[in-house]
Design a binder for this molecule. Structure first.
Ligand SMILES: Cc1cc2nc3c(=O)[nH]c(=O)nc-3n(C[C@H](O)[C@H](O)[C@H](O)COP(=O)(O)OP(=O)(O)OC[C@H]3O[C@@H](n4cnc5c(N)ncnc54)[C@H](O)[C@@H]3O)c2cc1C
Length: 282
């Protein structure tokens, strides 16, 4: 196996594009485990560690651009992620355990596209956009277009995720992430990321996304619409939760059966909404 540590994204793209079965390595949290288990054997590993631009965080009028190589630990401590952007901070602070939060990066989470991980869920709730560099230059796509299936992204040969935009979102909204796992630090059985805005006791904005319940993060516009203009009473939450549960396509695995996961969705939604309201002080 060959290994390279290019200094620029452009060099990395050229190396990745010119070698069949090449992969880039970010934190290595999952990639190294997959190699050790014999699931993959790349012909070449292109490290992203020397590409300085991938470590930068830049504030703009639109929001915060987070370099792909930013570890979850840094995202979790980023105070500029406030308001509805806070959903990304909230997820980064809760996912996995400290060693994975130190190693794993936001870009690695996107490119892994593991349906049981939480960062993609929070990024969909935040309506994030992803910048991708490749042999034909750079493009920016909504996060939903980057995540296409279980462990599958829309990235082509030679492409690298360079940074992720977390837009400022709706004025006055809050963001929150809630996970349910068998034991602390385990992958979640179900997770929910949401952004929420209230006017008095009425909901004026809601965007709810469910994780670990399908090949990609589950977002159902009808469920958001069921919550908007409501007082988020028991019936409203149950109806929105039911819409999400019916649209979900969870797997049976050691962390819970499909039926159990569907049952959890409305309950977790109720808890996530009430915690978000506390953050919004309404
Ligand atoms: C024991 C364990 C427990 C975990 N628990 C959780 C959990 O509870 N919740 C959760 O959300 N996640 C969990 N994770 C997943 C963790 O979040 C990811 O492993 C991590 O974020 C991936 O980032 P990385 O930088 O280590 O990527 P790597 O492992 O280096 O790479 C992952 C994949 O993405 C590709 N890649 C990485 N960066 C880029 C880039 N910028 N552009 C293009 N391709 C790229 C690599 O080629 C590889 O295919 C867990 C992982 C482990 C190992």
């Amino acid at each position: 196996m060959r290994y390279a540590e290019p200094e620029t994204v452009e060099e990395g793209v050229t190396l990745l594009a010119s070698t069949e079965h090449s992969r880039c390595i970010a934190g290595g949290a999952t990639l190294v485990a997959m190699m050790n288990a014999g699931h993959i054997a790349p012909a070449m590993l292109v490290s992203l560690h020397r590409m300085r631009e991938l470590f930068t965080l830049t504030e703009s009028a639109e929001g915060l651009w987070i370099g792909a190589m930013t570890p979850h630990r840094v995202v979790a401590a980023e105070t500029r992620l406030r308001g509805s952007m806070g959903v990304v901070r909230s997820a980064a602070g809760q996912l996995a355990h400290p060693s994975i939060r130190n190693m794993g990066t936001i870009g690695g989470s996107v490119c892994l596209a593991d349906p049981s991980t939480e960062m993609p869920v929070a990024l969909v709730a935040a309506s994030a956009r992803v910048e991708i560099a490749g042999p034909n230059g750079r493009r920016i796509v909504p996060i939903e277009d980057a995540l296409v299936d279980r462990f599958k992204t829309s990235l082509g040969r030679g492409e690298i995720v360079t940074r992720i935009l977390i837009p400022r979102g709706v004025e006055g909204a809050v963001g929150h992430h809630l996970r349910f796992s068998r034991v602390a630090g385990d992958y979640p059985t179900v997770s929910i990321s949401l952004t929420l805005s209230m006017q008095g006791d009425r909901c004026v904005h809601a965007r709810v996304v469910v994780g670990s319940c399908g090949p990609v993060p589950l977002h159902v516009t009808a469920a958001d619409q069921r919550l908007i203009h409501s007082v988020l009473g028991e019936d409203d939450v149950a109806a929105a939760g039911q819409l999400l549960a019916s649209a979900a396509s969870p797997l049976d695995d050691v962390r819970g059966s499909a039926e159990y996961r569907r049952m959890l969705i409305p309950r977790l939604l109720g808890r996530a909404l009430s915690q978000a309201r506390e953050l919004a002080h309404v």
